[in-house]
Design a protein around this ligand. Structure first.
Ligand SMILES: [Fe+2]
Length: 412
């Protein structure tokens, strides 16, 4: 299977995985169906920007799966219900019910369990939610990524207790509390006017004030709920930055709770790699470099060190161009060398198709990935044609320049 942008789907391409439009909706397209014009239009209408297809070039290549289908389904429904309840409570002045809090804990436990089972593989944020709203998708992706990083951070560095001792016990219990906080981290955005959240242009100073209130609004909404302070700290402090440039309290360094330092990395990575009203999604490798480049500035160096091996900047199914002119599809990613995956070569340096040699870039230090925007097109004739989109790996761009204040990455 490989992932292609919806705009590049060709008539007759075979869908690789069910495409789900929402938690209760039937699949928009089932795995195995052939793409037609009307299907393409319906995907565009549903704002689905990329899909998995199955073709001979990518036969046997499987996406990295972090969450099982049952976890995705239950987590999506639970988040939808929590969002509805908080929306009601904003009008009626109530807080989250005990039942919803318990469901959040159960969902956090399920995600923890899936993430723990996959702790040896690098993570790609593929289709982590069967959801149609950004807040729901974002909450689940941040939870999966945050728990994946959190598990590794606590195993490697432990956690510091109230007396200042570094401890390595009670990690499972702490992960659950982290998970509940991650699920609810942006709940305060429900109290921010939608015209500000969805605004396509730059925010005014007043709109920024409203946007930046969401961590405290979220903490306030949860104040009366039966939720641990360790979960609430994620909600309140996930926009704090290591160098003190964040909000709401401009805390710095170890003064920011470890949970919030983990949440901020997961939050920024998912926000950058998602389509937003004011910009298109950034490729995973660019967002990966952005996070790594801001270690010690925006983010805790220990958390970034773990992130470097927890996330795949070129996930399986990505089309890549190599520095020697060959093109291929990423087949597998090893956690010990996530930037140098195993690639199935499908086009040689002269532009002719070849039959699927696989090379391990971790063993070939002279060869680099220069673009991850390779889009093969193979006709039904024996002569393959190849279209390489001229979008070379760009020097890292600063995503803040579009709509942001100097301190905060876009829309985060
Ligand atoms: Fe946020």
């Amino acid at each position: 299977m490989r992932r292609v942008l919806t705009e590049r789907l060709r008539t007759g391409d075979r869908i690789g995985r069910d495409i789900i439009g929402g938690p209760d909706a039937p699949a928009l397209l089932k795995a195995g169906v052939r793409v037609s014009d009307s299907y393409r239009q319906s995907l565009r209408r549903s704002k689905i920007t990329s899909v998995w297809i199955n073709d001979s070039l990518s036969d046997g290549i499987e996406p990295l799966e972090v969450l099982g289908e049952a976890t995705k389904q239950r987590a999506t429904v639970a988040m939808r219900d929590a969002i509805r309840e908080v929306s009601r409570s904003l009008v009626e002045g109530q807080t989250l019910s005990e039942e919803t809090v318990l469901e959040m804990r159960d969902v956090a436990e399920l995600i923890c369990s899936d993430v723990s089972a996959n702790v040896t593989s690098a993570l790609a944020l593929n289709d982590l939610a069967n959801a149609d709203g950004y807040t729901m998708k974002h909450s689940l992706a941040v939870t999966a990524l945050g728990l994946s990083i959190g598990l590794r951070v606590m195993r490697r560095y432990g956690w510091i207790d109230d007396l200042g001792y570094r401890r390595f016990d009670e990690i499972d219990q702490r992960l659950l509390l982290l998970g509940v906080g991650l699920l609810l981290h942006d709940i305060g955005k429900l109290a921010v006017p939608p015209e500000i959240l969805q605004k396509a242009g730059p925010l005014t100073a007043d709109e920024w004030v409203a946007m930046r209130a969401h961590p405290m609004l979220g903490a306030r909404i949860l104040q009366q709920a039966d939720i641990s302070p360790l979960s609430r700290v994620v909600v309140r402090s996930h926009h704090e930055r290591w160098d003190g440039s964040g909000y709401p309290a401009a805390k710095r360094g170890a003064g920011i709770h470890q949970f919030a330092r983990i949440a901020s990395v997961a939050d920024v990575f998912d926000a950058l790699t998602s389509d937003r009203p004011y910009r298109r999604a950034m490729p995973a490798y660019e967002a990966y470099d952005f996070i790594v480049g801001r270690s010690g500035r925006d983010f805790d160096p220990e958390v970034v060190e773990v992130f470097r091996s927890a996330v795949a900047p070129h996930p399986p199914g990505t089309g890549v161009v190599l520095s020697d002119g060959r093109c291929g599809i990423v087949k597998a990613v090893r956690p010990e060398s996530v930037k140098r995956p195993i690639v199935r070569i499908v086009v040689d340096s002269t532009g002719s198709s070849i039959a699927g040699d696989e090379i391990d870039l971790s063993q070939l230090p002279g060869i680099e990935i220069v673009s991850n925007d390779f889009d093969p097109w193979v006709s039904d004739t024996p002569t393959a044609q190849c279209r390489v989109i001229e979008r070379r790996l760009a020097p890292r761009t600063d995503p803040r320049t579009h709509t942001e204040t100097p301190q905060t990455p876009a829309g985060l």
